[in-house]
Design a protein around this ligand. Structure first.
Ligand code: SF4
Ligand code: SF4
Ligand code: SF4
Length: 291
C-alpha cells in the first residue's frame, strides 16, 4: 500500500475561521483515515513541524515580518502549498489598509512606542511572496471546494475549478438579477463556484471569492453608475475582500486599452486605483512598511 499523504494545516495572521471551517466538517473524519495529518495546531494537541509535507493548507495574510518568515518556512517544508480563504488568496479585510495611510491606521489602535516592534508590512496575499499551487476561495474558505480538493488529490487527479463569474451560475438558476433592481451585486466581477450562495438567498454578492480575471471592469462600473451607485461606494466594495488583486486587474485592463497615462478624477476606475496604484506592484519592497 502506498504511503499516506502527509498533510499540515497552519495559519498566519487571520481570524481562524477558515481552519475552524475544516475542523467543523463531519466529512473530515472520513478524510482523516486516508491522510497522515501531521500538524493542525488549531485542532490537534501533538503537531510535527519542520519536516516534509506533501500538502500544506495555509490560512491568513502577510501583515508583518513574522508572517513572512513563517510563510517562507512553510513553503520550504511542503511539495504543494494551498492558500485557503480570502486572507491567503486575496488579502481580505486586513488588506484594506493598502488603500489608507498605514501609519495612521496603526496609530489609531496601538501606542506610538509599540509601532516599531510590530515590524508591520503592507498586508498582502501569500502569492505576492511565494509560489502557491492551489487556491480555495471564500471568506471563510469554501468547505465544498476543500472537500473537492481532497477527493481529487486522493484520487491522484489535478484539482481544477473552471473560471466563471458568479453571474454565470446565477443566470442558469434563473433567480432574477439584483443588479437590474439597482442593488450593488459583485457577481459580474467575482470568481464563481460558490453555488451562487448569496444571490440565491436574495443578498448581493460582496466579492468574497476575489476577482473573476476576465471581467470587464469598465462595463461593470458604468452599469453601477447608471443605476445611481456613487463612485466612493463602488470603490469601498471593491476594497473589501480583494482590493489588491482587483486594483491590479483594473490597472491591467486600463493598460490594455492604452489608458494608463490618462487619469480622470471622475472615473471610478481611477478613483479605486489612484491610492493603491504605486503601492501594489508585486514584489516592490519599497511599499513595505507604508507611510
Ligand atoms: S478568509 Fe475570512 S474566515 Fe478565513 S481567516 Fe480570513 S477573515 Fe477569517
Ligand atoms: S444577481 Fe448578481 S450574480 Fe446574479 S446575475 Fe445579477 S449581478 Fe449576477
Ligand atoms: S455569492 Fe459572492 S459573497 Fe457570496 S459566497 Fe459567493 S462569492 Fe462570496
Amino acid at each position: 500500500m502506498s504511503e499516506k499523504l502527509k498533510v499540515g494545516i497552519f495559519g498566519i495572521t487571520g481570524c481562524m475561521g477558515c481552519q475552524l471551517n475544516i475542523l467543523y466538517q463531519k466529512e473530515l473524519l472520513q478524510i482523516l483515515d486516508a491522510i497522515d495529518l501531521r500538524a493542525f495546531p488549531v485542532g490537534k494537541e501533538v503537531n510535527l513541524e519542520n519536516e516534509e509535507f506533501d500538502i500544506i493548507f495555509l490560512e491568513g495574510v502577510v501583515v508583518n515580518r513574522r508572517d513572512l518568515e513563517d510563510l517562507q518556512r512553510y513553503r520550504k517544508m511542503t511539495k504543494k502549498l494551498v492558500a485557503i480563504g480570502a486572507c491567503a488568496t486575496d488579502g481580505c479585510v486586513p488588506a484594506i489598509k493598502n488603500f489608507m495611510n498605514n501609519k495612521n491606521v496603526e496609530r489609531s489602535v496601538y501606542k506610538e512606542s509599540e509601532l516599531e516592534s510590530m515590524h508591520s508590512l503592507d498586508p498582502r496575499p501569500i502569492d505576492d511572496f511565494v509560489k502557491v499551487d492551489h487556491y480555495i476561495y471564500g471568506c471563510p474558505m469554501d468547505k465544498m471546494e476543500f472537500l473537492q480538493f481532497m477527493k481529487q488529490t486522493l484520487l491522484g487527479k489535478e484539482f481544477k475549478v473552471a473560471a466563471k463569474p458568479i453571474c454565470y451560475e446565477c443566470n442558469l438558476r434563473e433567480r432574477g438579477c439584483l443588479l437590474e433592481q439597482g442593488i450593488e451585486c459583485m457577481g459580474p466581477v467575482t470568481f464563481g463556484n460558490c453555488s451562487v450562495m448569496c444571490p440565491l438567498k436574495n443578498y448581493p454578492c460582496v466579492g468574497c471569492r476575489g476577482p473573476y480575471p476576465d471581467a470587464n471592469f469598465e462595463a461593470y462600473f458604468s452599469m453601477l453608475e447608471d443605476k445611481g451607485v456613487d463612485k466612493e461606494t463602488i470603490a469601498r466594495h471593491m476594497n473589501r475582500f480583494a482590493g489588491v488583486k482587483f486594483a491590479r486587474l483594473i490597472q491591467k485592463e486600463k493598460e490594455g486599452k492604452g489608458e494608463e497615462e490618462k487619469e480622470d478624477e471622475n472615473s471610478c476606475m481611477d478613483l479605486f486605483c489612484h491610492v493603491a496604484k504605486d503601492r501594489l506592484k508585486k514584489g516592490d519592497a519599497s511599499c513595505w512598511g507604508g507611510n
